[in-house]
Design a protein around this ligand. Structure first.
Ligand SMILES: Nc1ncnc2c1ncn2[C@@H]1O[C@H](COP(=O)(O)OP(=O)(O)OP(=O)(O)O)[C@@H](O)[C@H]1O
Ligand SMILES: [Mg+2]
Length: 386
């Protein structure tokens, strides 16, 4: 019990630390993504540079997912999981892994194309694979080695399920990732899932990888186990409960919704984010006025309440936070759509924010197409309501 308690306390401490840095990190990421998006448009079709920037966006998506996971440590709620076939996601991740590994490492895949569905988030599955493969790569270093990724369906009978305290008999989708690296010493095995436990130099590892994987797998009602032999290699087995529902259709790439010159008031205390927004929104067909001070934004609104069609505001700001600003603005124009952007997932609390006049909440960092979609929807809804 004492051991469990200590573990819980460590998780708790990691959680509050993580929650604290996640906010700042998210803003940095938001600025980077914004500038990359802008640069990509300015490049139009210059092959390689565009492709490379695409990779930056892809990497930033992973970073965003990691933040979500870090926030999950500090008990902020997550997105609702949907029925998912994990195989295409795993295959996609393996492609990225291949690109980042030395050619001395052979990659073998045994991924059946339809192992059945699980309830999950593709970003999280991607994260599991990336984390485990990165570790495997580190363990093999520059030496020749084999990395094996397997995905399939397996059923556990009562006796097998008994061995895993959290699992019931039934069908499970498995992911097994094995390497021929240096292995894990017996006495370290029980510590590897602890947040911040690492045997690597500080620039090589923070010790979050397996803790994150562990958190995701447990969150899906699954189990992760490890077997390893010093000098021979390591194998991680993940079991995720299989469900019978159809997988949600992966949405096809939608067209970006554009504005018709509607006027947007944009407020964020982070100057870079205002800079990005005042370039990005006009590109999407909107006219935008940006402020880094919520008080100044309010003043400008008070001077000309009919000068705006929509307000986008950050949540955490000095002097006057986003909800206060929203309340003042909606006193003057109760019908104006207000979009609140936050670093924390406030999905569950959306109702609560309605009283401040907030119509929608977006999780930072903002992606251009997400922003375009939400802003368009909010404006259209406002018009329909009269
Ligand atoms: N495939 C593996 N082979 C050998 N050792 C491993 C393997 N996977 C994990 N480990 C050990 O477990 C430790 C914790 O792994 P974890 O992924 O949580 O952190 P990290 O890789 O050190 O840092 P980060 O993932 O945050 O970059 C590693 O430092 C390493 O000692
Ligand atoms: Mg790692």
């Amino acid at each position: 019990m004492e051991k469990n308690l200590r573990q819980a306390q460590k998780m708790e401490a990691a959680g509050s630390l993580a929650g604290g840095i996640a906010h700042d990190f998210n803003n940095i990421l938001a600025a980077m993504i914004g500038y990359v998006n802008l640069a990509m448009h300015q490049l139009e079709d210059q092959g390689m540079a565009r492709r490379n920037l695409d990779m930056v966006v892809k990497a930033s998506l992973r970073a965003r997912n990691l933040i979500k996971q870090i926030l999950a440590f500090s008990r902020h709620s997550e997105k609702e999981p949907k029925p998912l076939n994990i195989s295409p996601v795993v295959k996609e991740a393996v492609k990225l892994v291949r690109a980042s590994m030395p050619s001395s490492i052979e990659i073998r895949q045994d991924i059946i194309s339809d192992p059945g569905n699980v309830l999950g988030d593709p970003g999280q599955i991607h994260q599991i694979v990336m984390n485990l493969c990165t570790n495997a790569g580190h363990a093999m270093g520059e030496n020749a080695g084999v990395l094996t990724i397997e995905v399939g369906l397996r059923s556990l009978n009562a006796a097998e399920a008994n061995l895993k305290p959290d699992l019931r008999p039934g069908n499970y989708v498995y992911i097994i990732i094995s390497d021929t690296g240096h292995g894990i010493e017996e006495k370290l095995k029980e510590r590897i899932f602890e947040p911040y436990f690492t045997t690597k130099e500080s620039h090589e590892g923070t010790g979050l990888g397996l803790a994150v994987v562990h958190g995701i797998v447990k969150g899906m009602g699954g189990d992760i186990s490890v077997s390893s032999e010093s000098g021979k290699g390591t194998s991680f087995t993940i079991l995720i409960p299989s469900i019978s529902q159809e997988a949600a259709k992966v949405p096809t790439k939608e067209k970006i919704s554009l504005g018709q010159g509607e006027r947007i008031l944009f407020v964020d205390d982070e100057e870079l984010l205002v800079d990005v927004a005042t370039q990005m929104l006009p590109r999407l067909g909107y006219r935008v006025t940006g402020f880094t001070s919520s008080r100044e934004a309010l003043k400008s609104f008070q001077e000309n309440p009919n000068g705006f069609d929509l307000v986008i505001t950050d949540y955490t700001m000095p002097k006057m936070i986003g909800t206060q600003l929203a309340r003042e603005i909606s006193k003057l124009r109760p019908e104006i759509p207000i979009l609140l952007c936050t670093g924390f997932n406030k999905d569950d609390e959306a109702e609560k924010y309605k009283e401040f006049g907030v119509r929608a909440i977006l999780l930072k960092p903002l992606y251009e197409h997400e922003l375009a979609e939400v802003v368009r929807q909010m404006l259209d809804k406002g018009n329909n309501n009269g």
